[in-house]
Design a protein around this ligand. Structure first.
Ligand code: SAH
Length: 251
């Protein structure tokens, strides 16, 4: 059995209780060493074998899993944040399926959630934006044309960019040509929830300069939109004038 587990975005106590239990029980742990906090490996039991997937190909990962399966062992494949986002688990699951190897997934705290917590902000403020666009700038991995930053920018919604901290000149150009004003608030959250986390607030126009000044070129979430400093209306959820499924209106 293979358990694909989200490690959370950094701080070791952001893993779920289920993820921690699976780590404690695993015979083999394959972890994404480039981003997963190594302190999580302290949960392993004696004799657990550890592999760092940063140094491995997909074929090598599958081969380790296959050997474990042949010996009746349990593997945890530990991914950073939540495995469903930029985790390359699709290709792993395909191979496991082809080999008839059973697996399940335990979600994790994605870095886009970790970044919002670090910023002490809400992405979905009433009257400001009720949509979060999660995307990335095209790099080595292409992005489909219909999802260009320029076209996504036309919505003016809250936008969260992964994997883009080294491409901020291009990001700013596309966001502005797509419709965000240059002075739209933006934030760069480097290593959210880690001890060396950095939070930089700026505008869309200042993203590249701000990242350079702070020595940030990777492991950052870029957040863009008026949610970062707008005036906004309060929600209906906690407004005494509105009834909900749990509470009658008072006026
Ligand atoms: N599955 C992960 C994302 C993996 S892709 C998740 O849900 O968070 C790797 C990218 O995630 C990095 O380039 C960066 O954009 C972002 N990232 C991962 N950990 C981060 C952290 N602690 N703080 C800020 N960004 C992070």
């Amino acid at each position: 059995m293979v358990h694909i587990v989200g490690a959370g975005c950094g701080a070791p106590d952001l893993i779920t209780l289920r993820g921690k239990r699976l780590l404690e029980e695993a015979d083999v742990i394959i972890y994404a060493g480039s981003l997963v906090n190594k302190e999580l490996l302290n949960y392993r039991k004696d004799g657990c074998r550890i592999y760092d997937s940063a140094e491995m190909t997909l074929e090598e990962i599958i081969s380790v899993i296959r050997d474990a399966e042949d010996s009746g062992l349990t593997t945890v494949r530990l991914h950073t944040g939540d495995p469903s986002l930029y985790g390359a688990i699709g290709e792993q699951m395909k191979k496991l399926g082809e080999l008839g190897i059973e697996y399940d997934i335990t979600p994790g705290v994605s870095s886009f959630s970790g970044a919002a917590a670090s910023l002490k902000t809400e992405y979905t403020l009433p009257d400001v934006s009720q949509t979060v666009i999660i995307t990335r700038a095209a790099g080595k991995t292409p992005v489909p044309d219909r999802e260009s930053l320029r076209s996504l920018a036309s919505h003016g919604a809250t936008m969260v960019l992964f994997l883009s901290a080294g491409l901020l000149g291009k990001v700013t150009d596309e966001l502005i040509s797509g419709g965000y004003k240059p002075e739209t608030p933006a934030a760069i959250v480097y290593k959210a929830s880690w001890e060396d986390e950095k939070i930089c607030r700026c505008t869309v126009a200042e993203l590249k300069k701000t990242a350079e000044e702070n020595g940030i070129s990777k492991t950052a979430i870029i957040a863009v939109g008026d949610f970062l400093e707008s005036e906004f209306s309060r929600s209906h959820l906690y407004d005494p004038r509105f009834s909900t499924g749990f509470r009658e209106a008072k006026e």
